[in-house]
Design a protein around this ligand. Structure first.
Ligand code: NDP
Length: 274
């Protein structure tokens, strides 16, 4: 496995195992440079969202990099307000326009907005049927949210992007998704950076001569996940790719699971208020 390695989604589309996340990276030079550094370093996958308000910079950086459209995998997401207002389809078109592309690789429902996510999934079905998204999926969906989708649609989400890291291992949801053929994609894989100083992780990482970030990303890779760590720093963007030349032992994987405390760094899909 290497930086160009992919995993097959349930519709046969290949998703690169490592992507660059760009949450909390503002429109402009910071995001533009991060995407350029990433593509130069060999990343083939960028994860953005309408609400990150940086799709213009992501699109411009991809275009300027000279990478062929078919060689880069782009994810963006449908925002909550567009679900509430019934403007899902327009929101999708607006994202494509900002990104300067005519199809998306993966389009996700960002959060399971109460009473709106099932009807929004119907719009995702339409976008997928029209070939304007190569795959569609969800984010922040728990088992009961997924069951609501299954009851209303034959189209199974390709991906579920959910907060997950050693403090929040998500064993039950991961098992459920993997049994249904839904690829699990952790967000905030580094605990939004807060896990970097963890003493247990530091001690384990040292054994492999790796950084804590590299250790956590490898832990995700060994669980079958797609990793989308965020960094706008060139050195750290490169550091996060050096995860293909070591294997964490079963014992160390298990040791990492002992950190699980149900601890979130972001909002809870059951109680979010935005
Ligand atoms: P991450 O867990 O990826 O952590 C990012 C933080 O860690 C940043 O502060 C970054 O700082 C730092 N960092 C990155 N690499 C290293 C390293 N090698 N060593 C030390 N520090 C490092 O957090 P995110 O919340 O950004 O999650 C990743 C991505 O997941 C997002 O960018 C977004 O694409 C997605 N996401 C999706 C959500 C959803 O609801 N679907 C919610 C949240 C995130 P620096 O930039 O300075 O390197």
């Amino acid at each position: 496995m290497n930086l160009s390695s992919t995993v097959k989604l349930n519709n046969g589309v290949d998703i690169p195992v490592l992507g660059l996340g760009v949450f909390r990276s503002p429109e402009g030079e910071e995001t533009y440079n991060a995407v350029r550094y990433a593509i130069d370093a060999g990343y083939k996958h960028i994860d953005t969202a309408m609400i990150y308000r940086n799709e213009v910079s992501v699109g411009k950086a991809i275009k300027d990099s000279g990478i062929k459209r078919e060689d880069i995998f782009i994810t963006t997401k449908l925002w909550n307000e567009d679900m509430r207002q019934g403007t899902q389809y327009q929101a999708f078109e607006d994202s494509l326009e900002r990104l300067q592309i005519d199809y998306i690789d993966l389009y996700l429902i960002h959060w399971p907005v109460k009473d709106k996510y099932v009807e929004s999934w119907k719009v995702m079905e339409k976008i997928y049927a029209e070939g304007r998204a190569r795959a569609v999926g969800v984010s922040n969906f728990h088992i009961h949210h997924l069951e609501d989708i299954f009851a209303a649609s034959d189209l199974i989400p390709a991906v579920n992007q959910v907060e997950c890291h050693p403090w929040l291992t998500q064993v039950e949801l991961v098992d459920y998704c993997q049994n249904k053929g839904i690829i699990f994609e952790p967000w905030s894989p580094l605990g939004a950076g807060q896990l970097i100083d963890n003493d247990l992780l530091k001690a384990i990482a040292q054994k492999y001569n790796k950084s804590v970030a590299q250790l956590i990303l490898k832990w995700g890779l060994q669980r079958g996940f797609i990793n989308i760590p965020k960094s706008t720093n060139k050195e750290r963007i490169i550091e996060n790719t050096k995860i293909f030349d070591f294997t964490i032992t079963e014992e160390d994987m298990a040791e990492m699971f002992t950190l699980n405390a149900g601890k979130r760094t972001g909002a809870d899909p059951e109680t979010f208020t935005f």
